[in-house]
Structures are given as C-alpha cells and as structure tokens.
Design a protein around this ligand. Structure first.
Ligand code: ASN
Ligand code: ZN
Length: 332
C-alpha cells in the first residue's frame, strides 16, 4: 500500500556550512524521507550512473574535511534540504516539479572536476571535487543554483542560450541568494555573491557578484543590444543586478559583513523593497509570466505584471521594479 520509512536526523559535518542536521533513514543512509526521499550518492570519481547510496553504521556524516568522502555528501545533502525547504515554505512549491518528488544528488564526479550541474534527464544534480579534489562544488548557493535549473526547466523553460539563457542563469543565482539568506546558516551567511565558499578562483574571490556583476571581469552590469551573444553566465549580469537593486537599492551598503556598491546605468537612485518581496516577484514572474523565449524586455513586463498582481500597480513595489530595470538599461 505504501512504503514505510522511519524518519531519522543525522549530523552532518560539512566543509562549508558547519555542523548541520541531515534527513536520513535508519541504519543509516542519506535518504531524506521528509523531503521527497531525496538521496545522495557517491560516484567515487566515476562519471555515469548513480554509484552507491551513502550509508554507514553511525548517523554522523563527514568531518568537515574534503579528504573524508562523506564531507561533500553532507554539504550536498544539506544544500538540497535547504533548497527544498525554501521552495516549500517560502514559494509554496513542494519539490522541483511541484509534485512532492525529491531529486537526487551525486558527489565525487570525475577527477579534479571544477563544476556542478543539473541534468533534466536524470532529475539529479552532480558535483565535482574541484581543483586537486580538495574544493568540492557543494556549497549551499551552488546546490540551490543547480536545483533551480530544474525548477526553471519545469516552469518557464527558458532556453539556455541568448537572452533567455542569461535569464535562466540569473534565475539560478537569484534563487540561490534567496535560499542562502533563508537558511540563515551561521557559517555560510546570506550574501549577493555566487560561489564565495568554493574558492574557484584560488584567491578567495567569488565566482559572481550581484551588486556589480562586472567585478568578475566578464559579466555585464546592464543590458545592451547584442548581449544575447555572450556566455549565459555573463549575460545573466543585468538580471542579477536588477535583483540586487530591487532588493537593496542602489549605492553602498554592508550586509552580514559584506560590503556592496551598486551603481545604476542611468545614474538614478533605486529604493529597495527587501529581498523577500523581490524573490516573490521573480518567482511569480518565472512561474506565471515567463516562457522559453522570454528576453530582457519581456522579463521587465513579466516582473511588472507579477508585482502588480502581488502589490498593485500603484505600489512602491511596482515602481521599484520599473526603476530597477531602468537601472540596468531595460525600459525607461
Ligand atoms: N555549473 C554550470 C551552471 O549551472 C553548469 C553549466 O554550465 N550549465 O550554470
Ligand atoms: Zn547555472
């Protein structure tokens, strides 16, 4: 009639998020029975299949060090749980497809693999171990970024090239920031940086900056004709910047110890409405206004429509959406 599984909570000693509670199943496996049975598998440097489900005789996972094979698993399992909780509790969406079914995670993909990815065909996310197999790409924001690719695929279906591709990438960065703030983890605090924990550049700098995307040396701060021709991880810049401006406003600000300075392309100020409202607007636009071919102009109309439905077309929130898009050279 049904599959019965007792609920356990284990202890994860992660590399990036400190000591956390993990959803596990008895005797013991990384199976999160309260979150769609999301499971975490060990690829053990392989690149296909599922490898083996993490299991162990105690319910303690990892030791905080990447040389322990369970550590990356603890991070990935935690990231999946926080992302699940965010979508369920904040956005009212249970699971990536909204059907209550959990995806699964695979860690230790290949050797020295410096990336992570979502794959629709397996309904799973996969994490490499990073350079020297020492910096797995399993931080909370990376997990939320990859899982959000699944959400985008199941909703708007933004095509992964041109302007829609930039919006697809930005959606993953935006929701990753929202998840990171939501989870309120003392070790990996909320920020508008992407991948700040995984040290992908080897010098402590993050992969991307949302307040001023061009700080990474490649991302675009504002829309221009022809932006559809650049890599989607750089054409995401104007939408990431829009989200920062809408949330926090223009100018200088320090949040959780990180200093930001967000100029607008038109030189006009933007008054922020807070990240919670900004994320509700983006998610509503993603799931009810955007389509596979949405470009920047259509993202502006879609987020304005979402803000109008949530807060009214004469609201400060609606005006802030228009001002934030103007601040990244979309609309007037
Ligand atoms: N980590 C990359 C991303 O999620 C993988 C890719 O190129 N799609 O954007
Ligand atoms: Zn991505």
């Amino acid at each position: 009639l049904y599959e019965w599984q007792a609920i356990e909570t284990g202890t994860g000693n992660t590399q990036y998020s400190g000591q956390v509670t993990l959803g596990t199943a008895p005797s013991y496996t990384l199976t999160d029975t309260t979150r769609g049975n999301h499971k975490t598998y060990n690829l053990n440097h392989g690149t296909s299949g599922t490898g083996t489900l993490f299991s162990g005789s105690d319910d303690i996972w990892g030791n905080g060090n990447p040389t322990n094979v369970e550590t990356a698993a603890a991070d990935a399992h935690y990231g999946a749980a926080e992302t699940w909780d965010y979508y369920k509790n904040v956005q009212g969406r249970t699971g990536i497809r909204g059907d209550g079914v959990g995806a699964y995670s695979r860690v230790h993909y290949g050797n020295n693999y410096v990336n992570a990815f979502w794959d629709d065909s397996c309904f799973c996310m996969t994490y490499g171990d990073g350079s020297g197999n020492a910096a797995p790409l399993t931080s909370l924001d990376v997990a939320a970024h990859e899982m959000t690719h699944g959400v985008t695929s199941a909703t708007a279906g933004l095509v992964y090239s041109g302007e829609s591709g930039g919006l697809n990438e930005a959606t993953s960065d935006i929701m990753a920031a929202a998840v990171e703030f939501y989870s309120n983890n003392a070790t990996d605090v909320g920020d508008y940086l992407v991948g700040e924990k995984i040290d992908i550049n080897g010098d402590g700098t993050p992969l991307r900056y949302m307040d001023k995307p061009s700080k990474d040396g490649a991302s675009k701060d504002a829309w221009y004709s022809g932006i559809g021709g650049v890599d989607v991880h750089y054409s995401s810049g104007p939408a990431n910047h829009f989200f920062y401006l809408l949330s926090e406003g223009s100018g200088a600000k320090t949040i959780n110890g990180v200093s930001y300075n967000s100029p607008t392309s038109d030189g006009l100020p933007v008054t922020g409405i807070g990240r919670d409202k900004a994320a509700l607007i983006w998610f509503k636009a993603l799931t009810t206004k955007f389509s596979s071919t949405t470009n920047y102009a259509a993202a502006r109309t879609g987020t304005l429509a979402a803000a109008g439905e949530l807060y009214g077309t004469t609201s400060a929130e609606y005006k802030a959406v228009a001002d934030a898009w103007a601040g990244v050279n979309v609309g007037t």
